[in-house]
Design a protein around this ligand. Sequence first.
Ligand code: ZN
Length: 52
Amino acid sequence: MLPVLPLTLRKPLGRPTKVRRKEPDEPQTTTKLTMKGVEMKCSKCKKLGHDK
Ligand SMILES: [Zn+2]
């Protein structure tokens, strides 16, 4: 039988669990800020849809 060590004497192995908190105002990568309401207009033929 192995002696049961008290948990207080045992060191936590590995990294301590880091709980990454999600803040509501945290910028989300899924949100596309670019190309939002901005129409790409060609500078040559002045047409939308492409910029060259
Ligand atoms: Zn063009």
